[in-house]
Design a protein around this ligand. Structure first.
Ligand code: ADP
Ligand code: MG
Length: 345
């Protein structure tokens, strides 16, 4: 490494780093249909069917704080965030491998608790734990999960398949997991200041559950199949709606318009956001960890999803040079910024 040139990770960000590290790799095998750049890699199985592979790690101090995260919930969440990436390709998740690195601070019982959560998720989503690796760590806990799934080749939905004027759809509601985190962080600070004060978590059940025990939208993949709708582009919302819209638009070579008044938000999220002096819209755009699906559909498929309580049309794709915009409740167009989670920011 030369002495002169040192680029900080902060300055290039997570996605700049991935691009820099992987750009020289060329796929050598015909079976590699799609490598780096989507929610999961796509590998040919037999010409008609593909295997989907995705990995995500959760690191203590970065992705979770054991002061308020029960280990069983953490195990469950570690599986869910990975399955979410398989569903984001319109696939069926079938297997996982799990790697853990734990410091000597963790007794066997703690890791068994973690695995109880992993087991619950495996049962609920119908996936098999097929292997992994176990190692020690100097400090803290790390869990890395690899999810493996399948799909018919023709059913796979990539981030890059969108077309101008197609409708942008989001599942469930957004911003709750982020507000749940704000509540937990607030109670942690209160506790640190005075350990005799009991945490005040009453009335926050929904947003706390969305943070501590998120679910992946396996059900949506089933609904879409039943409705005979194949999205044209899709991504799961791990880093926040705005950041995921940037990924879809970059890869589909498009712009987008979304409407503030259409964004799905639970009333408990808006009231908590206002209590915290955060705009509910900011919470929806930049919160992250919702693990909902964001996808586009052809205009002619609108009737098939209309009135479905799990799916909301929030806008449409535009031409690339139109940029990415949010139309606020007063009708003003505001340029979107990709302020999702940037792990080095
Ligand atoms: P997601 O948020 O859907 O999990 P990521 O943003 O983590 O996706 O990753 C984007 C793409 O970059 C994926 O295709 C992922 O496999 C790839 N990727 C991420 N980190 C690395 C790495 N260190 N080396 C190679 N590929 C990577
Ligand atoms: Mg993803």
């Amino acid at each position: 490494m030369s002495e002169e040139k040192k680029t900080s990770l902060e300055s290039i960000g997570e996605f700049g780093l991935i691009e820099a590290l992987t750009k020289n790799f060329k796929n050598k095998n015909a079976s590699t249909i799609y490598g780096v750049g989507d929610d999961a890699a796509v590998i040919d199985k037999d010409g008609d069917n593909v295997m989907l592979v995705s990995t995500d790690a959760l690191i203590e101090g970065i992705h979770f704080n054991l002061m308020y995260t029960p280990l069983m919930h953490l195990g469950y969440k570690a599986v869910v965030v990975n399955l979410s990436d398989i569903y984001a390709m319109n696939g069926t998740a079938e297997q996982i491998t799990v790697t853990i690195a734990a410091s000597s601070r963790f007794p066997k019982e703690a890791l068994e608790e973690l695995y109880k959560g992993i087991e619950k998720a495996c049962d609920f989503y119908g996936v098999d734990l097929i292997g992994g690796d176990t190692t020690s760590s100097v400090s803290g806990l790390m869990i890395s999960v690899t999810a493996i799934g399948t799909a018919k080749k023709e059913d796979v939905v990539y981030r890059n398949g969108g077309k101008e004027n197609e409708l942008i759809v989001v599942t469930g509601d957004l911003g709750a997991a982020y507000m749940g985190l704000q509540i937990l962080e607030r109670e942690k600070s209160v506790y640190k200041a005075n350990p005799d004060i009991q945490p005040d978590l009453d009335g926050y059940d929904y947003i706390l559950e969305r943070q501590l025990k998120p679910e992946a939208r396996k059900d949506i993949i089933k609904f879409l199949k039943e409705l005979d709708v194949i999205p044209t582009s899709m991504i799961d919302i791990s880093d926040g709606l705005a950041s995921e819209l940037f990924h879809l638009c970059n890869q589909s070579d498009l712009g987008v318009v979304i409407y503030d008044e259409k964004l799905p938000i639970d009333t408990s999220v808006s009231t908590t956001a206002i209590d915290f002096d955060i705009s509910p819209t900011t919470c929806v755009l930049n919160g992250g960890e919702d693990y909902e699906l964001l996808f586009s559909i052809k205009q002619e498929d609108f009737d098939k999803i209309k009135g479905n309580p799990h799916m909301t049309v929030i806008g449409h794709y535009t031409a690339k040079d139109s940029g990415l915009y949010l139309v606020d409740k007063q009708g003003a167009a505001i340029q979107l910024k990709a302020q999702g989670w940037n792990h080095f920011g």
